[in-house]
Unconditional design. Structure first.
Length: 104
């Protein structure tokens, strides 16, 4: 099945402690159904000091479930679902809300 959300997509969080926040997807794990979004679902991880790296508390983005993310509509900026359409013999992603083509 084709991926509805991909790396580099601008998304909005629908549920959880970061509800309403927007960010860009930095990586997707389709097998687990999770994605890492820049600036969203940040947890503090403790890093042990080593000869090369300074130790301390490091903020790290944690994976968030794909069901809690929605694509940002290219026309009006709100959350939208993603559909597919064939244009010029090529399958493209389409915003359900406005009908705008996401990847040109």
């Amino acid at each position: 099945m084709a991926a509805k959300l991909k790396k580099g997509d601008k998304v909005v969080v629908l549920a959880g402690k970061d509800k309403g926040k927007e960010g860009e997807i930095t990586s997707v794990d389709p097998k687990a159904g999770k994605a890492i979004v820049q600036g969203v679902n940040v947890a503090i991880r403790h890093q042990r000091q080593s000869q090369t790296a300074q130790g301390g508390r490091v903020p790290t983005e944690m994976p968030i479930d794909l069901s809690n993310l929605a694509m940002v509509d290219p026309k009006d900026g709100g959350p939208t679902r993603v559909g597919f359409r064939v244009e010029d013999g090529k399958k493209v992603r389409v915003a359900k809300k406005s009908g705008a083509v996401i990847d040109a």
